[in-house]
Design a protein around this ligand. Structure first.
Ligand code: ARG
Length: 461
């Protein structure tokens, strides 16, 4: 009989059907957990040695053999075989080739169920700090933009209609804060990954007297999971990570969407660097914001990853089911995509140019209508009435086909006696911006203060 699996020759006699083997094989995905698998196995060997299952000599052989496997994988000399179902099988197969039958003792008291999810949690705990560092750098780029563009006035939009003028820096900083919440979510995902499943066996716990607290410490976990069934079935930590990635993707997509519009010929607020744009194979004039479009496009995939895992999990009964094998592909793809979009967004921000004059010129005087209402409020009119009066003025300017600031004083007075010569002073974009002076508003001094606060938050967390 052909021996092509970990279990053939025992309970099961036939070789695995080829399509079934292909479906079953997860090696191409999970081989990126090789390092975690080796560290996990070394910790397990140490624990089983301490529990008297391995002799000191056997433990040393296993430890050294695993080091050689690590070396072979690192230098590329490791040869994966057709029958290696996953990275865990491959490492153990090679270990046994190197050290002989003693290699077969490594798996005593352990199941792939606790092994796989231990490796997976370790991978996540190893990877999150790298993603966190990247997220920080991206936040820093938003800060740099905000500092650089502090003199740029631009329209703020609601419903994508001009609403009130703001500083472009205020807009950049709005994205900083969204990313800051993402950074908190990422560190929460790391906390949720921090519970050791190893030593839970297949589902019921291990029958050998290993010290799981000791294993946890060796592998850098805060605690060993307190329930063996929960430990092998729980993939909440993976969902938390995917939620982080989906949220980050959505945040960057919203920012990208606005920037795509701002970079059009019609808006012309910003110009992307050629390094982050592409041309058209047909239209010679085209310069397309593909970087931003792909950031927006990837956001859909990122939410899909979360949805896929939740859908896979919802029907699973207790403990391990093979459906769980699909978890890693989703998380790895989400991590790779998040890393790539963060890096591209950073590049876009660092290299774009802002067209200050276009930003200013596009602000319509109507965007100062709230300031006109505030003008009347300051003269004692209730806000609701003031809103109505200014609405009339806007309508009048439209019928007169003129700008609000061109309406003559007698017409203003026709709307309300409270209007006076000083109404024309209201038509200052700078004053309108500086009027939003409560904490969190777009007034220049507040934005500068906000930038300093953001820098402090970034440095202290
Ligand atoms: N490659 C599998 C996974 O990633 C290994 C677990 C197999 N466990 C089992 N009981 N068949 O989930």
């Amino acid at each position: 009989m052909e021996k092509n699996t970990l279990w053939s020759g025992g309970r099961l006699s036939a070789a695995l059907n080829q399509s079934m083997a292909d479906l079953n094989r997860s090696l191409d995905i999970d081989k990126r957990m090789a390092d975690q698998d080796i560290r996990g196995s070394q910790a397990w060997a140490k624990a089983t040695c301490a529990a008297g299952i391995l002799t000191e000599e056997e433990y040393q052989m296993i430890h050294t053999g695993l080091e050689q496997v690590r070396q072979e994988i690192a230098d590329g000399s490791f040869v994966y075989q057709e029958t290696d179902e996953d990275i865990h099988t491959a490492v153990e197969r090679r270990l046994t080739e190197i050290i002989g039958p003693v290699g077969g003792k490594l798996h005593t008291g352990r199941s792939r169920n606790d092994q796989v999810v231990t490796d997976f949690r370790m991978w996540m705990m190893d990877t999150i700090p790298e993603l966190e560092a990247q997220l920080r750098e991206l936040q820093q780029s938003f800060i740099e933009r905000a500092k650089k563009d502090i003199d740029v006035y631009v329209s703020g939009y609601t419903h994508f209609q001009q609403a009130q003028p703001i500083l472009l820096s205020h807009w950049w900083m709005s994205h900083f804060w969204a990313l800051d919440r993402d950074r908190q979510r990422l560190s929460e995902a790391a906390q949720h990954a921090d519970s050791l499943p190893l030593g839970c066996g297949a589902l019921a716990g291990t029958a050998y007297a290993v010290d799981r607290f000791d294993i946890a410490e060796t592998l850098g976990f805060s605690i060993p999971a307190p329930n063996s069934l929960d430990a092998v079935s729980d993939r909440d930590f993976a969902c938390d990570f995917l939620y982080w990635a989906a949220m980050l993707g959505m945040h960057l997509s919203r920012c990208a969407e606005a920037m795509i519009l701002y970079s059009t010929m019609e808006f012309g607020y910003i110009t992307l660097s050629d390094a982050f744009s592409t041309g058209s194979s047909l239209m010679p004039q085209k310069k397309n914001p593909d970087s931003l479009e792909l950031i927006r496009g990837k956001a859909g995939m990122q939410s899909g990853h979360l949805f896929s895992l939740l859908s896979s999990l919802k029907g699973l009964p207790s403990a391990y089911d093979k459906d769980l094998q699909e978890d890693k592909q989703l998380v790895f793809a989400a991590a790779d995509t998040a890393s790539l979009v963060m890096s591209v967004m950073k590049g876009v921000l660092d290299t774009l140019t802002v067209n200050k004059e276009r930003c200013l010129a596009a602000i319509n005087t109507q965007a100062l209508a709230t300031d006109l209402a505030d003008y009347l409020v300051k003269k004692g009119m209730p806000f609701r009435e003031a809103h109505h009066a200014v609405g009339k003025a806007v309508k009048l300017s439209e019928t007169m086909k003129c700008d609000l600031k061109e309406i003559p004083l007698d017409k203003w007075k026709g709307i309300s006696e409270l209007f006076d010569e000083d109404v024309y002073k209201t038509f200052s974009i700078e004053s309108a911006v500086d009027a939003r002076c409560a904490w969190g508003g777009t007034a220049r001094f507040r934005v500068l203060e906000q930038i300093r606060f953001a820098e402090k938050v970034l440095a202290n967390s």
